[in-house]
Design a protein around this ligand. Structure first.
Ligand code: NAD
Length: 367
């Protein structure tokens, strides 16, 4: 009996990879399996027009393999846009390892993963992401050169998170300039959701400037530690989206701006580190625009980390990485101006600039 496929949502049942809703003409998807170490990983190579596909490896306790595949497809696509808009000669890729990094990760598993990365001969270059560390990258470096974010003692650029946080801070200041008429964040009420590697450094910048920061995290002890260290407030409510704040900074996982949350958001600016903050770019981008909420595109303002690791490839140091990351302030303002001029969302404006760069390179290569 043939089943009638009526909705796009059901398409993945017949075309498990190319029919995935998040599939966006990705060039290559590599499924890595190693029985001995228990490794199950997926590497997504979205686009290599501008250069090798660089993006971190996320280790996460996905509920099922569909979720992992969907995540790697979305994340790798985001990397294409991030590198393109940041002016880097890199394509977009990302990897996910299925498992709980605190329980399942072993040195052998990471080494095996590194061998899979190496087998792609430089087409994909990895780095850290949620659930992986500089130490993991150092381990991968023992089996392949297709890795960045390795320790400074090994010639690497170290942990990219502080640079990412600086870029988010710059993007947030630009958004404040645009929305409130001043880039000064002193006195602004800011909710930072997720105070991990990036979130904590962001809190540091914000409190130094005199912002009134509230922190929210799944970990109570983490919130208390950060609140004490920087003199911030722990968010105590049940629903941080409806909190009375000026700025919402998503720094945990993606898709927090979704059908359920979007109508509750009181903040006038959304600017954070998390990738893929809009569950649906078109729909939620448009609703934010209608509501007058200024959204600083995530892939634009969280590019500090990749700008930092790119220095390992083209050999520039921390100062140049910080200078380029500081420029996120100017680029963000340019994106807002373009969006306003064309009557499109800020997400669409940022994507249009990135896509143009890729198309221009394709034309150059064709000639
Ligand atoms: P991290 O794992 O160090 O921190 C994430 C924090 O978010 C943790 O403290 C976790 O407890 C918390 N968290 C998770 N779910 C939450 C929820 N529902 N509510 C509140 N808190 C929650 O990760 P990170 O390196 O700080 O990265 C944060 C985000 O920024 C991720 O989405 C990551 O992909 C993105 N990002 C990171 C970098 C980087 O350089 N590290 C670069 C670009 C983008």
């Amino acid at each position: 009996m043939t089943t009638e496929i009526t909705t796009a949502k059901e398409l993945h049942k017949i075309d498990p990879v190319f029919g995935q809703l998040s599939f966006d003409n990705h060039e290559q998807i590599v499924f890595c399996n190693d029985k001995d170490t228990g490794l199950k990983a997926i590497i997504g190579i979205h686009n290599t027009v501008l250069g090798p596909a660089l993006g971190g490896t996320r280790m996460w306790k996905y509920n099922n393999e569909w979720e992992a595949l969907n995540d790697v497809l979305r994340l790798s696509r985001g990397m294409t846009y991030k590198s393109a808009i940041s002016g880097l000669n890199l394509g977009g890729g990302k990897a996910v390892i299925i498992g709980d990094s605190k329980v399942d990760k072993t040195p052998e598993m990471i080494t095996k993963f590194g061998q899979f990365v190496g087998s792609l001969s430089g087409k994909y270059i990895t780095a850290e992401d949620v659930g992986t560390t500089t130490e993991d990258m150092d381990r991968i470096h023992k089996v392949t050169n297709s890795v960045t974010g390795i320790s400074e003692s090994l010639g690497g650029s170290g942990n990219p998170s502080p640079v990412t946080a600086y870029g988010v801070y710059m993007g947030m200041k630009a958004a404040a300039q645009y929305k409130f008429g001043t880039a000064n964040l002193a006195g602004k009420k800011i909710m930072v959701q997720g105070i991990g590697h990036v979130g904590e450094t962001l809190v540091k910048y914000l409190t130094e400037e005199g912002a009134l920061v509230q922190v929210a995290d799944l970990s109570r002890s983490r919130m208390e530690e950060v609140a004490k260290k920087y003199g911030t407030v722990v968010f105590e409510g049940n629903d941080l989206y409806s909190a009375d704040v000026d700025i919402y900074a998503p720094c945990a996982l993606g898709a927090t701006v979704n059908d359920e949350t979007i109508h509750k958001i009181k903040a006038q600016v959304i600017a954070g580190a998390a990738n893929n903050q809009l569950a649906n770019e078109q729909v939620h981008g448009a609703i934010l625009q209608e509501k007058g909420i200024v959204y600083a595109p995530d892939f634009l303002i969280n590019a500090g980390g990749i700008i930092n690791v790119y220095g390992e490839i083209v050999k520039y140091g921390k100062d140049e990485a910080m200078r380029r990351t500081e420029n996120i302030f100017n680029t963000t303002l340019e994106i807002f101006a373009l969006a306003e001029q064309r009557g499109i969302t800020t997400q669409q404006a940022a994507m249009a600039i990135a896509e143009k760069r890729i198309e221009d390179r394709k034309k150059e290569m064709a000639n």
